[in-house]
Write a protein of this length. Structure first.
Length: 344
């Protein structure tokens, strides 16, 4: 009888197979974290392994599959809280699937992206999760990955055609704007991110749809595209607050922009939300801890990360052949929104 007591050697795969009454290869397939087989025998193998505390050797499994077990992740910057949150979620999901993630940053520079992406290729990564996709076609890394047949999945941002794991940005933009409209606001501004980012485009589309459905106008002076940063929020805030008719509310494409808007408002002697209501996006940790806690759209980063890793490892079967998956955000209502002040 095989023992797993503390005074004996750890169980091997062969031991698990013997206990389950199956071949070593059948036990290996049952315990494969990436593509485990199903069936009663496989369930018996997994139950015996769990009972004896057996952990499969993912490195050996990767060697058998001629994989490194390494996934390359490409982000604009890790100082961006959203990208850090997504990367942490990807690392956690990879750990569940018996692989590891490694990251490079690009500062949204497509030349740096290509150079650093090639460095990951030199490490023989099994595939890529890319968060820097653009809709303007300036994606040399994606072109090279396609030409070389390297698997990849886009996350948070899409080029509109490649496999992508996203949040439902248009739905989120609609919810944010609708929340402001229901509070009584009519002159509502939108401050977006980079114009080539599908995430910002979707949030803008949701804003415009909500405004149109409510019969409200969205003149050009109320719509601004920037670069997602706090500094851009400050600059755009000063522009909006200098208008002859100042908006009573602003929806920003992320929380960093909203923080910048709050700074600009305070410097101008305005109060949030009494003089200016704000809704951000992504519900990053800072949103709940501002002096006036920020209403924001919470994005399911863990689900998006799971979608991206699953699509990369499992292919089209992971999503029934659909090229793009979208996960719905939800509104987290806090204290940065109130009814507009009425001037007699």
């Amino acid at each position: 009888m095989v023992s797993s007591s503390n005074d004996s050697k750890p169980l091997t795969l062969a031991d698990i197979a013997r206990l389950a009454g199956v071949s070593r290869s059948a036990a290996s397939r049952a315990l494969d974290r990436v593509a485990p087989v199903g069936g009663a025998r496989a369930e018996r193998v997994r139950a015996i392994a769990a009972a004896h505390g057996y952990v499969p050797n993912s490195r050996a499994a990767n060697l058998r599959r001629q994989r490194t077990g390494l996934i390359g992740v490409v982000v604009p910057r890790l100082t961006d809280t959203v990208m850090a949150m997504l990367y942490e979620a990807i690392v956690a999901e990879c750990a569940k699937r018996g692989c590891q993630a490694t990251v490079v940053t690009t500062d949204d520079d497509h030349r740096a992206e290509l150079e650093r992406g090639r460095a990951l290729l030199d490490q023989r990564v099994d595939g890529f999760i890319v968060t820097t996709a653009r809709t303007d076609g300036a994606d040399p890394l994606l072109l090279e990955l396609r030409e070389r047949g390297v698997p990849f999945c886009l996350a948070l941002r899409t080029d509109g055609e490649s496999p992508s794991a996203l949040g439902d940005d248009e739905a989120g933009g609609w919810m944010a704007t609708r929340h402001l409209i229901e509070a009584g606001h009519e002159r509502i501004a939108f401050v977006g991110g980079a114009p080539y980012a599908s995430s910002s485009q979707g949030r803008r589309a949701g804003y415009l749809r909500a405004m149109t459905e409510a019969g409200l106008s969205a003149p050009p002076e109320l719509i601004h595209e920037t670069d997602f940063s706090m500094q851009a929020g400050v600059r755009t805030g000063h522009l909006l607050l200098a208008l002859a008719e100042v908006p009573t509310a602003v929806f920003t494409a992320n929380d960093s922009l909203a923080v910048g808007l709050i700074s600009a408002a305070l410097r101008s002697g305005l109060r949030v939300p009494e003089d200016l209501s704000l809704v951000g996006y992504n519900d990053t940790p800072i949103a709940a801890h501002l002096a006036t806690p920020l209403t924001s759209l919470a994005v399911p980063f863990a689900q998006i990360a799971a979608d991206a890793v699953s699509r990369l490892l499992d292919g089209a079967a992971a999503t029934d052949g659909e090229p793009i998956t979208r996960r719905a955000p939800h509104l987290v209502s806090r204290e940065s929104v109130t009814s507009p002040r009425r001037h007699d």
